[in-house]
Each structure stands twice: as structure tokens, then as C-alpha cells.
Ligand binder design. Structure first.
Ligand code: MTE
Length: 326
């Protein structure tokens, strides 16, 4: 018998109402209030879709107050003709919706040994939503890219001093040109079927599927095509790691990862009663084909059932049938 506890099982209300946005008595786990940083509680990671109020939040600065009536976005820089875009024109265009998970590059930081500075995220700086918006590519094409264009720079409406007493900077991140031109790199105004909320980038944010969350710039105010790689705090000072040869590399696509969401640590389970231990897995480069699970500390491994094939850019749920013997 297969005991499927995944969110697609008919027993959960999530399956009946996939764009459900009401939380089920859970709250975000607050890590910081100014600016807001909060992670998704473990039970809220079990459904395939994360309700918007429980989607993790990673803000570097205070949320900027942007209104749709005043909001516009200009695509400029190394282009033939700058393109100006306002909110009402954007939402009138054919809408593309796609499921995509975001994972903060600092997810599971609190598990690292030795400890490193930064928000002490446990497992919850990761969430999955359905995003609605318009692909960026046609706007870049309309502007006419310089043959020397190499990157596209995105700027958020938020700013502050990331280092206490240091220089004030805006949140800016660039993407390689081919990633900006990917048909699923979106200018997003909807999350889980509702207008984007202020914490998640209202009125318009970027969604870059498969990349760590820092690339999905919120509260977009400007887009600039560049002929040289961008140098900036959130690009070249942060979100950079040393590779095995000691060379600094900018973070980009998510690394392959899997995760147990049930049972939680230190859950007591009855001996002799079958359960489905479950979790999810993802990668920044393609679908997950196989997850191996060990229940004896790595002595033996078994193939997990993959509960579904990859859907959009979401994580994939898996489970194993297991009867605890002691
Ligand atoms: N965009 C702006 N403008 N400012 C930010 O602080 N944080 C980034 C990214 N986009 C950030 C931003 C980081 S580090 C992450 S992990 C994701 O947004 C988090 O998106 P979320 O808060 O909607 O989960």
C-alpha cells in the first residue's frame, strides 16, 4: 500500500483549491523585523504550494512604498530606443503563469559548522508559488539590444546601508544576457492568483526560475542593459562563494538539494505502524530523477517514490513507505 502524504493526495484541501492563500494556523517564523526576514514553518512546506502569507520573506531594507499609478519601468542603457512600461499596460498583456520555487542562498545557514554570520535560517527560506506576469524578453527585443550587451541590471525601489555606518546603496542585481532573455524570466505582478503583496515585491518584481532568490529583484524600478559585467554590493560583495580552488564565484542557479519534511526531528512514531516519510527535492538545472533515503544513518539506502514529475520550476515531492521497527 502506498501512503501518500503529499499535497496532491485527495485528503488535503490544497489539492481541491490549488491557489489557496489562507494559512492553516501557522505563522511565519520571524528572524528579523527591521527589515523583515522570516521563514516558512516546516508544516507549511508539506503542501506543494506555499500559501502567500506563509511564503518566506527576505528583505534587505524597508519595503518601499510604491503605487501602481506612479509606477513605471524604463528599459535603458545599451539599447537603440529606451522602452517605458506602465502598470496598466503591463497587466493588459497576455499573462504567463508558472509555478516556481524560490530558495534563499542562506537557507539552512544555521546548520553550518563552523557557524557563519547572516540570518540564522533553518529549513524554511524556501517556498513555492504560482507567479503571473509577462516575459521580459519582448521588452528587451523591442528596445533593441546593442551587439555589445552582456548583462541586464535590475534595480529595486529599496535602499539603505547594508553595512552599519556604511554607504547607502540600492538593491541591484544583474543577470547574464541569455538568462534575462529566457522566455520564463518574468516581470511578475501576481502571486498565487492574487496581486503581489508589498513584502513580495508589489507592484512588480522579477522572477528568475532556477536561480537562488537573490536574483528575483523585488519592487522593480529600473532595468539597464550593460556592456560590461556589473560590480555592486549585492553582486560582487555578497552572494559570492569561494570554489574549491579558492576562486570567488557569484551564486547563480540553485544547487541540487533534498529535504525531509515529515517526520520532523524528534517526532515519536508508533513501532510497527507503516508511515510515509516524505519530503521534496529540487535543482537549479533540471528535474530530479531519483532521491535515495537512508533510515539507518547512511548504512543502507532505498529509492524514494517520486510523487510527480517536475511541474514548472517547482520542487518535486517524494516519499518512502516505512515501518519503524524500534
Ligand atoms: N529584491 C529587492 N529589491 N530587495 C531585496 O532585499 N531580496 C532578495 C530577493 N529580491 C531582495 C530582493 C533575496 S536575498 C531573496 S532570497 C528573495 O528576494 C526573497 O523573495 P521573497 O521575500 O519574496 O521570498
Amino acid at each position: 500500500m502506498t501512503l501518500c502524504t503529499c499535497s496532491k493526495a485527495g485528503s488535503t484541501t490544497v489539492a481541491a483549491d490549488p491557489i489557496r492563500t489562507r494559512p492553516d494556523n501557522f505563522e511565519l517564523r520571524s528572524i528579523d523585523l527591521e527589515p523583515v526576514v522570516a521563514e516558512t514553518p516546516l508544516p507549511a512546506l508539506r503542501p506543494w504550494l506555499t500559501p502567500t502569507p506563509l511564503f518566506y520573506i527576505r528583505n534587505h531594507f524597508e519595503v518601499p512604498e510604491l503605487e501602481v499609478d506612479d509606477w513605471s519601468l524604463t528599459i535603458e542603457g545599451a539599447v537603440d530606443t529606451p522602452v517605458k512600461l506602465d502598470y496598466s499596460s503591463l497587466v493588459r498583456l497576455p499573462k504567463k503563469t508558472l509555478p516556481a520555487m524560490l530558495e534563499c542562498a542562506g537557507n539552512n545557514r544555521s546548520d553550518l559548522s563552523p557557524k557563519v554570520p547572516g540570518n540564522p535560517f533553518q529549513d524554511g527560506a524556501v517556498s513555492n508559488a504560482i507567479w503571473g506576469g509577462a516575459p521580459l524578453k519582448p521588452f528587451l527585443q523591442q528596445a533593441g539590444l546593442s551587439p555589445n550587451a552582456v548583462e541586464v541590471l535590475f534595480e529595486g525601489g529599496d535602499e539603505g546601508a547594508p553595512v552599519p555606518g556604511g554607504k547607502t546603496v540600492k538593491y541591484q542585481r544583474s543577470l547574464p544576457l541569455q538568462v534575462a532573455l529566457h522566455p520564463d524570466t518574468l516581470l511578475v505582478y501576481e502571486m498565487n492568483g492574487e496581486t503581489l503583496t508589498p513584502d513580495h515585491g508589489y507592484p512588480v518584481r522579477l522572477i528568475v526560475p532556477r536561480w537562488y532568490g537573490m536574483a528575483s529583484v523585488k519592487w522593480l524600478t529600473s532595468i539597464r542593459v550593460l556592456e560590461a559585467p556589473f560590480v555592486g554590493f549585492f553582486q560582487t560583495d555578497r552572494y559570492v562563494i569561494e570554489d574549491d580552488a579558492g576562486i570567488e564565484q557569484q551564486l547563480a542557479q540553485m544547487q541540487v538539494k533534498s529535504f525531509v519534511s515529515w517526520p520532523e526531528h524528534e517526532t515519536s512514531l508508533p513501532v510497527g505502524q507503516p508511515i510515509a516519510a516524505s519530503g521534496m527535492a529540487w535543482s537549479g538545472t533540471g528535474p530530479i530523477r531519483r532521491v535515495d533515503v537512508s533510515i539507518d544513518g547512511g548504512e543502507t539506502w532505498q529509492d524514494a517514490h517520486m510523487d510527480e514529475s517536475s511541474l514548472g520550476y517547482s520542487w518535486q515531492e517524494w516519499h518512502i513507505d516505512w515501518t519503524p521497527e524500534e
